[in-house]
Design a protein around this ligand. Sequence first.
Ligand code: HEM
Length: 244
Amino acid sequence: MIAALAGFFLWRGRILTDDTQESGKKILRFNGFERFAHWMTATCFIILSLSGLNYIFGKRLLMPLIGPEAFGALAQWAKYSHVYLAWPFMLGVVIMVGLWLKDNIPNRIDWAWIKAGGGFIGHGHPHAERFNAGQKGVFWMVAGFGAAMGVTGLMMLFPFALLDINGMQVMQVIHSLIGVVFIVGILAHIYIGTLGMKGAYDAMGSGEVDLAWARAHHDLWVEEQQAKTASGPQFTGRHPAPAE
Ligand code: HEM
């Protein structure tokens, strides 16, 4: 996936906001609680990924490099973090699903977005609501894989509570396979949220994005926000737009 993303970056470059320059006006995209839930989940996910990969590949890949003693100490910490960080991760997934479910129900606009290549191919920006079809894909991947990882993980965390040894082995295989696919999917998400698209990170960083960026990538959502109130209290106006 890293090689594929590097290839895509070389071919496509950074997705820019085209002809629209920064307006200087900001619109709130994610509030403090939403960002807290996202970053709590994201931090746990990264540590769970590394410690999870260590269970499977550490002995063969890492131990020859750092020696058995250092690997033993590291693997023990990795095991503790995997078992304990699973809880805030599951909580984070539940919160994000609760917060964003209503904005992630697929509809006809998503189909048009997919047919237009989502703005990845070519340089146009197809219509999108709060989340476009690609982001809805990320949302449902996180909800589905998050639930599957949670259930299979709990079966291993509480051995023999519900399953016998054969059942637990099946859970382990499912947990590892989905885990790897989940990591691959999230790598693509991290790429588009940072390097891949100019201005995207601000949405989860400060929570505010430039109005021109929002209009280009989520035009229908901006219209909806503006319709909610004519005076537009969503705009912080910290950087007023210069007079033409
Ligand atoms: C360092 C890692 C990460 C970065 C830089 C990052 C960045 C972002 C950004 C910028 C957005 C907002 C996009 C928008 O304007 O709508 C976002 C949304 C989201 N993130 Fe992350 N993220 C990271 C890791 C994760 C992880 C590990 C998960 C879950 C396991 C996750 C789940 C989500 C979900 C469900 C959304 C909302 C849907 C979407 O916009 O795709 N993120 N992320």
